[in-house]
Design a protein around this ligand. Structure first.
Ligand code: ZN
Ligand code: ZN
Ligand code: ZN
Length: 89
């Protein structure tokens, strides 16, 4: 972990990667997404805030799971919702 962003991202030792390259919630409703994020608490892969349904954000607020990782190839960063903090890994 390069940047000391917050206790939530520092507590993550192994970053969860997406099980499938799709938003679990968009697939159910036949919606489109832009980018994918993976919840670091439960491993759910959901869509970003540029997507119409913003499922990752909604999930974080509904479940209080604080940290997501980018699920995009080549992107290695975490984001903490409560602290509004990014950390690269
Ligand atoms: Zn945090
Ligand atoms: Zn979605
Ligand atoms: Zn979660």
């Amino acid at each position: 972990m390069s940047a000391a962003a917050c206790a939530h991202t520092e507590a993550i030792s192994g970053v969860k990667r997406p099980k499938a390259r799709e938003c679990e919630e968009c697939v159910k409703i036949g919606a489109q997404w832009v980018h994918l994020r993976t919840c670091q608490q439960c491993g759910a892969t959901l869509c970003c805030d540029s997507s119409p349904n913003r499922h990752a954000s909604k999930h974080a607020h509904a479940t209080r799971h604080p940290v997501i990782a980018s699920a995009e190839p080549g992107e290695r960063w975490l984001y903490c919702f409560p602290d509004d903090a990014f950390a690269e890994y």
